[in-house]
Write a protein that binds this ligand. Structure first.
Ligand code: HEC
Length: 549
């Protein structure tokens, strides 16, 4: 009898504690209010609440969730931070000094060691530059490894170096599988067939290495990190259903989601999307090209990719979550049972948060998205974006299924915003990529040139041989836009050679001029003296200015 009483007592107390535990777990998820509530999203049966967990960020590129519920993120300029999913506390873990940040270069993707609790390592991929005597930046990228010690990332170790880079199309997205293989999706660095179809270079490839940088013996080509080829710019990668999925940016047509298999060729630049045009059919007949499981035309700019298989949001079970930049939306792609086909697409959050750079799933089936409105593209393509929400900087947003308590809480929100799925992708304002200085801008450039530059470089741009270098026929004027903008912002004092003659006087800095004034002067000298195009835009100057800070 006594024993039974004791058992009952234990049972009752443990039930009591379990109830308390469940209650406290529940209350931990009731964590939104007027301050962090953004909107709620109605799916078929579930309601998702969107809350802001971090703001005033600058281009958060990659999101990774650890076992303690920290959401790690890289920022393109070079910092790695983490924000806690429950408390929203932010910790800055490291600033990487040698990150080269211009336009779409910088710090990109990262991955945690699969056994992070015992091996607290994080792997990151970023661009760096080597500047030569003529101030030309030669861009490369590398993978390094850090170790987390007392809330700081230290002990940088080089894992893979000297991946050829460019100011655009450097990828990337990283993934480490349970068998300790690191996959990295890279871009074509603007190169054509000679790069993407050549297995001896890493551009336009998905590569696979061991965590110490060595090459797995079962890679398709001996002693070569290349795993698959023919990619344009891979920015999404995820592993599920025993398959590796990757998404990549197409040009004006055909963003793609592919199932990546060992040694396969995905066709870029000879095949865009499916083998459906006459020329593509011919090419696909001669070479074995793997076609995508999904392609978008017009393009949506596919960035981060995640796989969702949690019970928390039943509508999303066995789906790929694709974040899109230009498409300004989250695409939910339901898969068939074995994950080989996309059966349905749902367009969510469209034109609500702006450009979505990455998406990842948390430990309890909640989802995080990284917003990327402060990156180079919105400014660079003003014709493509009527407006982007930037007042709170770039943000990380959490989406979680509302339980009863949260549904109740929703009724108390003063200005609720209810979102639903969109039936169609919004029409882009324009897909016009051509741009050139207008006549008015050139006239302003000419006037500014006469006031600011002509005293030294002369009205005809011929300079004074041996003292002031000419702008006519100068490869500084007709060459790299960014170097030219740098000359204006920083001035020049190191000896330089122009048309075979050395100069070593000083060229003053013009950083006090407005972005538009610098644009006009440079477009004027490029067209007038360089006989080349005037395609510098103010956003390029602004971006360069920011990069120099
Ligand atoms: C005070 C004289 C002076 C003025 C004013 C001046 N420059 Fe220069 N500029 C120089 C000198 C000297 C160099 C070479 C610097 C060196 O050797 O490092 C130079 C170099 C350059 C170069 C690179 C070399 C070449 O010849 O292509 C460019 C481009 C240039 N200047 C453009 C401009 C523009 C545009 C302006 C007006 C906004 C301007 N400069 C105003 C003196 C001047």
């Amino acid at each position: 009898m006594k024993k039974m009483m004791l058992r009952l007592f234990i049972k009752l107390t443990s039930m009591f504690f379990i109830t308390i535990l469940l209650w406290s777990c529940q209350s931990a998820t009731i964590k939104f209010n007027e301050n962090n509530y953004i909107a709620h999203l109605k799916l078929d049966t579930s309601v998702l609440v969107a809350t802001e967990i971090a703001h005033d960020l600058e281009v958060p590129w990659d999101l990774v969730v650890d076992h303690e519920g920290w959401i790690w993120f890289t920022e393109q300029k070079g910092s790695i931070k983490r924000v806690h999913s429950e408390t929203s506390e932010i910790q800055k873990l490291v600033t990487i000094d040698d990150v080269f940040y211009r336009k779409s270069t910088g710090l990109f993707s990262m991955a945690l060691h699969p056994d992070f609790e015992n091996s607290p390592h994080v792997f990151v991929h970023y661009t760096y530059a080597i500047t030569d005597a003529n101030l030309m930046d030669h861009i490369f990228s590398k993978i390094v490894r850090y170790t987390l010690k007392k809330q700081q990332l230290t002990d940088q170790i080089l894992i893979l170096d000297a991946i050829p880079g460019r100011t655009f199309h450097n990828g990337s997205r990283m993934l480490i599988t349970k068998d300790y293989k690191l996959f990295l999706g890279l871009g074509d660095a603007g190169g054509g067939t000679n790069l993407t179809q050549n297995n001896q270079v890493l551009n336009g490839k998905i590569i696979r290495i061991n965590l110490d940088g060595s090459i797995p013996s079962d890679n398709p080509y001996p002693n070569n990190p290349v795993w698959s080829m023919g990619h344009r710019n891979v920015q999404g990668i995820t592993f599920a259903n025993g398959k590796l999925y990757a998404s990549e940016h197409g040009p004006i047509t055909d963003d793609e989601i592919n199932i990546i298999t060992k040694g396969s060729n995905y066709g870029w630049p000879n095949v865009h999307g499916y083998c459906d045009l006459a020329s593509e059919k011919a090419y696909c007949k001669d070479s074995i090209i793997v076609e995508p499981i999904k392609a978008w035309t017009p393009t949506v700019a596919t960035s981060g990719l995640a796989y969702y298989n949690h019970t928390a949001i039943p509508e999303w079970k066995n789906s790929l979550l694709q974040s899109t930049l230009k498409g300004q939306s989250l695409r939910v792609l339901n898969l068939n049972e074995n994950g080989s086909e996309v059966t349905e697409e749902h367009i969510l959050l469209q034109k609500f948060l702006g450009r979505i750079r990455d998406v990842t799933m948390g430990n309890h089936g909640e989802v995080y998205v990284a917003i990327s409105n402060l990156d180079w593209h919105p400014g660079h393509q003003p014709w493509m974006y009527d407006s982007l929400p930037t007042s709170r900087g770039d943000r990380i947003i959490k989406l979680e299924r509302a339980n009863d308590a949260m549904l109740d809480q929703l009724t108390q929100i003063e200005n609720p915003i209810e979102l639903t799925e969109d039936a169609e992708a919004y029409a882009l304002p324009s897909e016009d990529w051509g741009f050139n200085a207008t006549d008015d801008e050139l006239l302003s450039g000419q006037n500014l040139y006469m006031v600011q530059c002509a005293a030294c470089h002369r009205p005809d741009g011929k300079g004074n041989i041996g003292q002031i270098p000419p702008l006519v026929n100068s490869e500084w004027v007709s060459g790299d836009n960014q170097r030219l903008i740098d000359v204006m912002l920083k001035g020049l004092s190191a000896p330089i050679i122009v048309n075979g003659v050395e100069y070593q006087d000083e060229m003053p800095s013009y950083q006090n001029l407005e972005d538009e004034e610098i644009r006009d002067i440079l477009n004027f000298i490029r067209i007038e003296f360089g006989e080349t195009n005037g395609n510098i835009i103010a956003a390029d100057v602004l971006h360069q200015r920011k990069g120099l800070q």
